[in-house]
Write a protein that binds this ligand. Structure first.
Ligand code: PMV
Length: 361
């Protein structure tokens, strides 16, 4: 395997038997230019750009013991205090997969405890924050066991997070984040994400209110969704559109053009759903409430000229992104007009965040 990580690891690390406790919180993120479609080893078909959130995050703690004489790995996993066999199996598969990069893992016992700041059943995709928090913990463990500070800590965490869930690679950094190789940013890579510096930052106070139209399990898993892109007749056009939209987004961010930002973000959301609808098999993931919210948001924007737009993940919930300057009015609009389309009136008021935090434990 010749990739960035292997090239960095060429000097074999010497590890000592050790035990300890590491912990991280890692936020979720919302893509503005979407990643949908991938090649082997979680390499994206097109670069994507996201906004890291603040209030929706996962906290993960790992109690570990490493003994080079121990030949089998033991793991246990609890989510919000309860054993979760399905999650544990997924983590086991992930750890097996990344032990090529972190060989010490095969000689470890791990007690992993994880929890989300947002309701588990809210329908918010949690794989980005969960895989991000786990990858950060593993890189911290490696630092402790090797006794050496890692100069590429975030890059390495982003690389490992990507292997668990592509979008998780972006959650490692604050603000606007790019994952995927593009000539626009020379340090970009398909293997890890990088933070994007936005100089004239009129978006720094950006808000994201997440309207929960439908909670519960996703109708189609991300991996099944990406797979469908392998046969979607519009796939190549979509990948080209995303690359081009990234070019447009770079200009928009540089010039702080709110109108262009909203137009592009909405186009991306609807293109993502168009890909779901035209796949084989195809899925309609928007609900009546999603469409009503979209209509009302567009009418409100036209009437008020406020900077407010929507984006969607691979589901029915709506992310409303808006300028903090209009926070009071937009929240009144949400309460009066939009909560009626949300399951039990659920909304999560989030904002652009400052990235993962290491726990002092
Ligand atoms: O990271 P995954 O494999 O769960 O894919 C996420 C895909 C979208 O959330 C729909 C878009 C994106 O770029 O985050």
């Amino acid at each position: 395997m010749r990739n960035w990580f292997m090239r960095k690891q060429k000097n074999k690390q010497k590890y000592m038997a050790r035990e300890g406790l590491v912990g991280w919180t890692c936020p979720s993120n919302i893509a503005l230019v979407k990643y949908w479609g991938k090649k082997d080893e979680q390499i994206p078909q097109n670069p994507s750009l996201s906004l890291t959130l603040s209030e929706a995050f996962t906290t993960t703690r790992i109690k570990y013991s490493y003994d080079p004489g121990q030949s089998a790995q033991n793991i246990s996993f609890t989510f919000e205090g309860k054993k979760q066999a399905a999650f544990q199996d997924r983590i086991q598969i992930y750890l097996d997969q990344i032990s090529a990069y972190l060989p010490f893992l095969t000689h470890c016992s791990l007690e992993i405890h994880s929890e989300n700041s947002f309701p588990h059943s809210s329908g918010i995709a949690s794989s980005a924050s969960a895989m991000g928090a786990l990858a950060l913990c593993l890189v911290s463990m490696e630092e402790e066991i090797s006794g050496k500070l890692n100069n590429n800590f975030q890059k390495q965490a982003s690389f490992l997070a990507r292997l668990g869930s592509g979008s998780a690679s972006r959650s490692i950094f604050p603000g606007f984040v790019l994952w995927g190789s593009t000539p626009i940013w020379s340090d970009s890579s398909d293997e890890y994400a990088i933070p994007i510096q936005v100089e004239e930052n009129s978006y720094k106070d950006i808000r994201d209110s997440i309207l929960i139209v439908e909670s519960g399990q996703k109708q189609v898993s991300s991996s099944a969704g990406h797979k469908i892109m392998d046969t979607n007749p519009f796939a190549e056009t979509r990948f080209k559109q995303a690359r081009n939209n990234l070019l447009r987004m770079e200009e928009i961010l540089k010039q702080s053009m709110w109108n262009g930002f909203i137009e592009l973000m909405e186009e991306e959301a609807l293109s993502l759903h168009a890909m779901m609808m035209t796949g084989r098999p195809g899925y309609v993931l928007m609900k009546a409430g999603t469409l009503e919210i979209i209509r009302k948001v567009r009418d409100y924007r036209k009437a008020t000229q406020h900077h407010l737009g929507f984006t969607l993940d691979a589901g029915a919930n709506v992310h409303l992104l808006f300028d903090a300057a209009h926070e009071k009015e937009v929240k009144q609009f949400i309460d009066a007009e939009l909560l009626t389309h949300c399951e039990q009136g659920q909304v999560i008021h989030d904002r652009m965040g400052t990235g993962p935090k290491k726990l002092n434990i």
